[in-house]
Design a binder for this molecule. Structure first.
Ligand code: ZN
Length: 84
């Protein structure tokens, strides 16, 4: 039995796992189906993927100080950062 993703909220909860590639092939197919049918979610996915790609690039290279500062500021806006 194939289950379809019923809502964007459901798609969103799986998007993270999709980007992380930890979904089963069936789940991947469901997400991809939704992304094809739903431009807002597709955009959200692209954004997510772009951010990952940027972060990966940052990790592969010595981090420029300006970027460190920007990331730190970004992080300061959410609750995950412990301020120095
Ligand atoms: Zn959607």
């Amino acid at each position: 039995m194939s289950t379809h993703i019923a809502s964007c909220a459901e798609a969103e909860t799986r998007l993270q796992s999709y980007v992380d590639r930890v979904l089963t092939p069936a789940e991947v197919a469901q997400i991809e189906e939704h992304l094809l049918l739903c431009p807002p979610c597709a955009r959200c996915y692209q954004l997510e993927r772009d951010i990952r790609a940027q972060l990966k690039r940052v990790c592969d290279e010595p981090c420029p100080e300006s970027l460190k500062v920007r990331l730190r500021n970004l992080c300061a806006e959410c609750d995950c950062a412990d301020a120095d």
